[in-house]
Design a protein around this ligand. Sequence first.
Ligand SMILES: Nc1ncnc2c1ncn2[C@@H]1O[C@H](COP(=O)(O)OP(=O)(O)OP(=O)(O)O)[C@@H](O)[C@H]1O
Length: 248
Amino acid sequence: MSAVSVRGLTKRFGGVRAVQDLTFDVPEGQVTGFLGANGAGKTTTLRMMVGLVRPTAGQVLIDGLRYDQLRQPRRTVGAVLEATGFHPGRRGRDHLRIVGQLAGVSRTRVDAVLDQVGLAGAADRRVGGYSLGMRQRLGLGAALLGEPRVLVLDEPGNGLDPAGMAWLRTLLRELAGQGCAIVVSSHVLAELAQTIDRVLVVNAGRLRFAGPLSDLTRTGTSLEAAFLKLTEPDGEGVPAGADLRSTR
Ligand SMILES: Nc1ncnc2c1ncn2[C@@H]1O[C@H](COP(=O)(O)OP(=O)(O)OP(=O)(O)O)[C@@H](O)[C@H]1O
């Protein structure tokens, strides 16, 4: 079942066509990788999913509703969009408590999340002293507070060390195993290939591929090689048998 359905999604910034007529689904219980070169339209798409950017045309429905129609948005969708926007003088625990109050979650839940994201030992330090990787973990913690069924993650591995990347991979697999619908953008394709079930590739705002990872890599091609072929300027683009608008 698809938790998120994107239909005809389009965004223009003045003369810039950032996102053009994207149609795809993000199913429950799977991790969907969102791939594209710099400026391909990933962040704009993810921001439209959580109501931060208004589409020029088309829509994103979550359980059949637009984000602004959700009755409990923070308990339905968790998002990590950038590891900024934290008050530097605030302690990690307090940041999560404030976000937790908005989501209506208990202090016990805040402590559980601090544990889950590996920040229990740093919870009483000020966020201004956190490393980039620690801020990523805090952002992920904020997203997880409301135990959302949908996770929208824009390069959540940024700044994580190798152990942190392995931890993130395990966490995303566990959450998908619990039924979460996860969409995650990244440029680290070798890492992503170990984490995801499905792939979305965008190029210059247009969808180039949507389908199971195994459809791209079944001939022994690496995700990186498949991605480069799909996004090369004069490339053939779509591999044989690929369903451009697959909702499988
Ligand atoms: N607020 C904005 N105003 C004008 N143009 C914008 C705005 N936001 C994004 N764009 C443009 O839209 C296009 C898509 O940008 P977007 O940030 O979505 O790409 P991306 O795939 O996330 O890139 P990256 O991998 O570098 O993060 C780019 O040409 C970008 O310059």
